[in-house]
Design a protein around this ligand. Sequence first.
Ligand SMILES: Cc1cc2nc3c(=O)[nH]c(=O)nc-3n(C[C@H](O)[C@H](O)[C@H](O)COP(=O)(O)O)c2cc1C
Length: 260
Amino acid sequence: MNPVLKVIYGRKSIRSYENKNIPEDIKDEIIKASIKAPTAGNMMLYSIIEVADQSKKDTLAKTCDDQPFIAKAPLVLLFLADYQRWYDYFIYSEVPELCNRMNIKIRRPQEGDLFLACSDAIIAAQNAAIAAESLGLGSCYIGDIMENYETHRKLFNLPQYVFPIVLLCFGYPTRKQKNREQASRFDKQLIVFKDKYKRLNKKEFNNMQKNLEEKVVKVNHFLPGAQNIGQHIFLRKFNADFSKEMTRSVRAILQNWLHE
Ligand SMILES: Cc1cc2nc3c(=O)[nH]c(=O)nc-3n(C[C@H](O)[C@H](O)[C@H](O)COP(=O)(O)O)c2cc1C
């Protein structure tokens, strides 16, 4: 198999790391790969913060839905959707004066700009995850970085047009993690369509349920009250406190981003 596909197919999220530092040249390689990722208009609408301070890692381990492994990760990278740099540069480049001359109303970063910047940041993050995997490291995304905005804003000194979109933890996988089975995926026909979107029918939902059952029932039991996998996932993920906190926090970020 070609080596790129081998890395992609072999990857799994790693949440437990050997107590071993990551050499600087390996870190540099991961960052280099990250910033080689495609980026909208070649504008690099993202920033990356290496969270090296142990007390900050400890805080994240709590604020990102109580996930202690974050504090133990030898490398933690925070990916920020970032329009602040370009907006500041526009001001520095006297764009307001240009707008005045041309009788244009100056535009601030808006929703579309935010989504584009999020795409940039996430694509850069995935390059880092794949590069790390190819170098023998494991990684795990932390989506919960979107929670507790007020705390994270202070912790990392985030200005208005910066949105903390994903956190990535890296480290050398423990033997147990290395040998752990990979997570399964839904069958391709549930996910990939031709030419137009397709809503799933009963037969396809049964197929989806089979996939979920394989994934969930083997490891966990249903949560109290749940009678099937759909109900279990609803309670465990969609309706969980962390999801509600994420929505509250994202609304606060948006409010700040869109504030004129
Ligand atoms: C956007 C995003 C957010 C995630 N957030 C978390 C997280 O907060 N904690 C965690 O342990 N795993 C997190 N993961 C990892 C997923 O749980 C993992 O990718 C999924 O279960 C599939 O397993 P695999 O990566 O081993 O194939 C996240 C993944 C993505 C893409």
